[in-house]
Design a protein around this ligand. Sequence first.
Ligand SMILES: *Cc1c(COP(=O)(O)O)cnc(C)c1O
Length: 402
Amino acid sequence: MWLRLRSATEQKKMSNKKQFETEAIRTQIERTQFLEHSSPLYLTSSFVFEDAEDMRASFAEEKDRNIYSRYSNPNSSEFIDKVCKMEGAENGFAFASGMAAVYGTFAALLESGDHIVSCKSIFGSTHTLFTQFFPKWNITTSYFNINDLDTVEELITNKTKIIYAESPTNPGVDVLDLEILGNLAKKHNLIFIIDNCFASPYLQQPIKFGAHLVIHSGTKLMDGQGRVLAGITVGNNDLIDKIYRFSRITGPALSPFNAWVLSKSLETLALRVDRHCANALQLATYLEGHPKIAWVKYPFLKSHPKYEIAKKQMKAGGCVVAFEVKGGLEAGRKFFDTVKMLSLSANLGDSRSIVTHPASTTHSKLTMEERQSVGISDGTVRISVGLEHIDDIIADIDQALD
Ligand SMILES: *Cc1c(COP(=O)(O)O)cnc(C)c1O
């Protein structure tokens, strides 16, 4: 069992890696003396020492072992280990939420005076963190538009430390060429970080395209059943070590219970995401031919402006479809009031299909101009396509559009 740093033998084992689905199921913490089949839940805040010398050596980090669950816990380690294998990462740290992972990662790596170059189309809370809170510590951000990757280089200064993006984006499901950003980061010696939440590690592994760190909100597709909040950052060992040292002091650690839930959820990630994607593609195709729909966006629709890039870097299109009902905001509101089965909620990646109105919910903190510049019109509807039978999902949307 490894805790924070993989031993040489663990790294060797990684080299004869099994398939994604197998690793997701068979990666497991060591069995206890009871020989349980499924991993037990380690609800314990601390761990005991054999004697005074063991205690001293553990705190001196001469031993890689559990001390206190704010630092590490067997359930978190199992969850981290699985995600590392899925993403092809060296190491990771698990957080209590996706935003704790975003905040903890940036706070651990940045100093006063540092600069971030970020895509403008990012998760609403991340945008607020960059624009309203980081300036308090003299950390500034410059933004590039999704379609202007050739202008990213102009934003880089001698203070720039991080390039940051999400792909596909929320809620516009735009796609960014990760390879271009990865090459730029390499050329300018910057840390390249991707929030991979919309794709999940099953559909896209940004480390292959040069990302040093990958962030996930485990709350979304990873749990996939809308039960727990979680976040995780995985990637380069040295960077994760900095994040670990900052986080074990500041205390955003994931609860062992949530880690245990997630670790089980990951066993079915591939199965679930395959069905999410099949349902989403079918729905997107249906909406594209519907007379009451102004436009539809889904990465694996041929009409998506970045279809070729999506095909290059993703296995399938993900669970989110964006569209607008003809008639703008008013027609959109009516749609939300007439759907019967679909949930009106803010989550995504859930087994239940969910519709959201980004302009009045997740992205309401942005100004109207900011929203327009990231492609969120007042009538944009975001649907996270769930695992119900596709005929029932389409039937509900159909009656609402009628
Ligand atoms: C939900 C989400 C987050 C934040 O995750 P929480 O678990 O809700 O804190 C970050 N990034 C993206 C892309 C998300 O969708």
